[in-house]
Design a protein around this ligand. Structure first.
Ligand SMILES: *[C@@H]1O[C@H](CO)[C@@H](O)[C@H](O)[C@H]1NC(C)=O
Ligand SMILES: *[C@@H]1O[C@H](CO)[C@@H](O)[C@H](O)[C@H]1NC(C)=O
Ligand SMILES: *[C@@H]1O[C@H](CO)[C@@H](O)[C@H](O)[C@H]1NC(C)=O
Ligand SMILES: *[C@@H]1O[C@H](CO)[C@@H](O)[C@H](O)[C@H]1NC(C)=O
Ligand SMILES: *[C@@H]1O[C@H](CO)[C@@H](O)[C@H](O)[C@H]1NC(C)=O
Ligand SMILES: *[C@@H]1O[C@H](CO)[C@@H](O)[C@H](O)[C@H]1NC(C)=O
Length: 743
């Protein structure tokens, strides 16, 4: 299946309200923070200050990229993929592997996984069972590297010259963040070469302009190549796809006037590379390969521009006709990026802060804003390495699909006022709703509701895996998105739009909370995995974070229905009011802290088995607002104990912003900033969030959560003033425009 790459536009009313919001921001200036300096932030100066520059890529594991959220193009030092095959990825380009030997589609459709008991009832999960089918389902469909574009050199006799990065001199690559433009400059045998590359903001097209005497002489052009892709590759980073098995796939070239079309077929899926622009000739380099050389046409000048458009179609008959011209792509990129920088939230830590770390924190913010827009702003919720590669090494499963779990950090789009972007991915909740209902009811036998999977394929089918299938903390996420949308657009239409998703989500939450007749309490689990995926699922009951999140979610759902003027289902209120209390651990000195789950060994604080994964205990008061029954002093002691007892070397990505938010809410602002700049929480030279000890780079939940925490600390949260309550008063001056408060 190839999902269309068209954007689901929010209803006109939302666009109108969004526009009004932005206008208000513009008119008001919306500059805050203990100063009367009403001047608007010079956004362009701050953004441009962090334009990344590289002088070589010999050792690089991350590319510099251009892209638009549904499409991204990763580049080496040439701003193309000349020496290193960084990937060209999309939110729509998927293919299935061939079925395992001897299997048919009926075996896939008949896959049943295993059943585990849930309070005496058999519940069927998508893991276990036939290992070959399970593996196929996990790897299919897989996200495809659409192709590679690089520089091609010819020698004076017109033969292809074998050029290595080391043959180039004075190499320099620069990314202009304000317009989304990559530029490379270098010398080759004394000749200067300049390469400019941009991506369209709408269609999935890159425009390339070469400038050099070598172009006029006919010694410099481009190549495009196409790899084989398969889901069996467990971990394909930094590169994606296989280049040495051309016999497994085919390509076909057709030229029509100034446009060349290459149709790439893998198993049953077609991908299309279309090239347009100035006059050029194109030919396959050698029979059987999928590599084509593009030479500037006969009337050559110093400069040569083409556009290369990628698309995927189920059949070759519906290939798009026109390729946007290079100048159209350049204009679209400039306009798209300027609007993005101009019209969404902005934080300025530079003007007036005396803490020397302001520079690095600002760099992380600016580069994260750029990279999230390129990698994690598509029509489907993103996966963890975005559109850079298919990363994730630890499990048998490549975590290369759509991850609904970390979408929680997609909520940063709400705080930064990027509703157009957020509407794209949150639309999956209505699109996948029928599937989530059938997952809950037909497959698992729950009487009502929709159960949201943690990781899915592009059609919403839950991906096999024991942990994936037994996690529950992704369930309340849509309620948070709905709530943020309502806060920004407090009209009945918002309530109606989300009604069914809210209803089915909360129905399942109330259903999953199991009423224990002996105690009169509602318990969460077993079986289940909590946020920290390191407990025994059949023993895990009433994990602290999930209890609090259930309370918050059900409360939002109840308020939603009251707002709609509908009766609040009794089951929701009953479950919320009777949910088990947060589990508490009391040490020998009588000091009380919250526990990971009810009944966990009292020694868990000193057992590395339980103190090495996500420290969700700090999320109880930090990422989450206080929920019913939360004791603030216990929450604070718990957070402090996490700081001293958790193995932060083993923490990764969003753990650090979560620790920061907890410190901020607990009034420990200096600690909050420390966590955002923790030595184990790093962003590389181009801003890619480094995975850490456990996950590959990039790990974008680290960037999304950084932006969430920054917005919360800078703009505040409910019940807290707006004057950067999460930053220390000393050393920091925080100027804010166009952000929304956190819950
Ligand atoms: C992959 O196969 C499934 C059936 O198992 C089908 O529903 C889906 O559309 C296929 N996807 C692609 C990209 O061909
Ligand atoms: C990376 O660079 C260092 C220092 O220049 C060199 O010693 C090392 O071999 C390089 N590694 C790779 C994989 O190229
Ligand atoms: C959990 O219990 C089920 C039976 O309901 C059993 O099949 C499964 O192996 C148990 N899992 C673990 C990890 O102990
Ligand atoms: C962005 O803002 C700058 C400075 O206010 C302005 O010059 C520019 O025209 C704006 N661009 C767009 C596309 O809104
Ligand atoms: C009900 O809760 C009590 C107290 O926690 C527990 O001992 C009992 O096993 C629970 N009942 C069931 C059927 O799980
Ligand atoms: C902490 O985590 C790191 C990285 O996984 C590991 O090497 C180290 O042994 C752990 N330390 C403890 C005390 O468990």
């Amino acid at each position: 299946m190839l999902a269309s790459s068209s954007t689901q536009h929010p209803p006109t009313l939302f666009r109108l309200v969004a526009l009004l919001t932005f206008l208000t921001i513009l008119v008001r200036g919306d500059t805050e923070i203990g100063n009367n300096d009403a001047a608007r932030i010079n956004r362009r100066a701050i953004v441009s200050r962090f334009n990344p520059t590289r002088r070589s890529t010999v050792n690089a594991t991350t590319p510099m990229q251009v892209g638009n959220g549904n499409f991204a193009f990763g580049t080496d030092i040439t701003s193309l993929q000349t020496f290193l095959p960084f990937a060209t990825m999309s939110s729509w380009g998927w293919k299935n592997d061939s079925l395992p030997t001897g299997r048919t589609q009926a075996d896939v459709d008949g896959y049943r996984g295993v059943s585990w008991k849930n309070h005496g009832r058999d519940v069927r999960y998508d893991f276990g069972g036939l290992p070959d089918i399970e593996a196929w389902l996990r790897g299919s469909p897989n996200r495809v590297n659409l192709g590679r574009i690089g520089l091609r050199f010819w020698d004076v006799r017109g033969r292809v010259a074998d050029v290595l990065e080391g043959d180039l001199e004075e190499t320099e690559q620069n990314l202009d963040l304000w317009t989304g433009t990559l530029t490379s400059r270098f010398k080759f045998k004394g000749d200067e070469v300049e390469v400019h590359v941009v991506s369209d903001f709408e269609s999935d097209t890159v425009a390339v302009r070469l400038e050099s005497r070598l172009v006029r002489e006919g010694n410099l052009g481009l190549f495009v190549d196409h790899p084989w892709n398969e889901g069996k590759e467990k971990f394909s980073a930094p590169f994606v796809g296989l280049w040495d098995v051309p016999e497994k796939h085919t390509t076909q070239l057709a030229v029509d006037g100034r446009t060349a079309t290459i149709i790439h077929k893998m198993v049953n899926n077609y991908f299309v590379t279309k090239i347009g622009g100035e006059h050029f000739t194109i030919e396959r380099q050698s029979p059987g390969k999928h590599l084509y050389d593009i030479r500037p046409g006969a009337e050559r000048s110093r400069s040569f521009s083409v556009s290369v458009q990628f698309s995927g179609e189920t059949s070759p008959s519906d290939i798009p006709k026109a390729v946007p011209s290079p100048s159209q792509v350049v204009a679209a990129s400039k306009k798209g990026w300027e609007e993005y920088w101009n019209l969404s939230g902005f934080v300025d830590l530079l003007t007036g802060s005396t803490d020397p770390r302001a520079e690095e924190l600002q760099r992380r913010i600016v580069l994260s804003r750029y990279l999230m827009r390129v990698n994690e702003a598509g029509d489907s919720p993103p996966q963890e390495s975005g559109l850079v590669n298919n990363g994730w090494i630890e499990f048998d499963a490549s975590e290369i699909r759509i991850c609904l779990q970390e979408i929680s950090y997609g909520a940063h789009w709400a705080l930064w006022n990027n509703w157009d972007v957020l509407h794209r991915s949150t639309s999956i909740y209505s699109r996948f709703l029928p599937r989530a209902i059938s997952f809950a009811q037909s497959q698992q036998g729950w009487p009502t509701g929709a159960r949201w999977p943690k990781m899915t394929d592009p059609s919403g089918r839950s991906s096999p895996g024991e942990i994936n299938n037994l996690l529950i903390w992704q369930q309340p996420h849509p309620l948070i998105f709905a709530q943020y949308e309502y806060r920004a657009f407090p009209v009945k239409e918002t309530r109606r739009k989300w009604r069914d998703v809210v209803k089915e989500t909360a129905d399942w939450m109330a259903e999953f909370a199991w009423s224990n007749a002996t105690t009169g309490r509602f318990d969460l689990g077993p079986p289940m995995y909590p946020v920290s995926e390191d407990t025994s699922p059949n023993a895990t009951v009433n994990p602290a974070f999930e209890l609090a999140y259930w309370r918050l979610g059900l409360e939002i759902a109840e308020e939603w229905f009251r707002g709609l003027g509908e009766d609040v289902p009794r089951s929701w209120t009953e479950a919320r009011k009777n949910l088990a209390p947060l589990p508490v651990n009391e040490d020998e000195d009588g000091v009380r802290t919250y526990s990971v789950y009810e009944g966990i060994e009292a020694s868990f604080w000193t057992d590395s088995k339980y103190t090495s994964d996500h420290p969700a205990l700090v999320g109880l008061y930090g990422w989450l607002p206080p929920t019913d029954g939360l004791e603030l002093d216990v929450a604070k002691r718990t957070a402090e104990k996490v700081w001293t007892h958790w193995n932060t070397t083993n923490c990764w990505g969003w753990d650090f912003p979560m620790l920061a938010m907890s410190a901020a809410r607990n009034g420990l602002q200096s600690k909050a900033v420390d966590f955002l700049l923790h030595p184990e929480f790093q962003f590389d030279d181009v801003g890619m969030p480094i995975g850490g000890a456990r996950v590959p780079t990039p790990y974008f939940p680290g960037a999304g959560s950084l932006l969430y925490a920054i917005a919360m600390m800078a703009k505040g949260w409910d019940g807290q003033g707006e004057n950067a309550p999460g930053f220390p008063a000393e050393g920091w001056k925080v100027r804010v425009e166009g952000l929304n408060k956190a819950l």
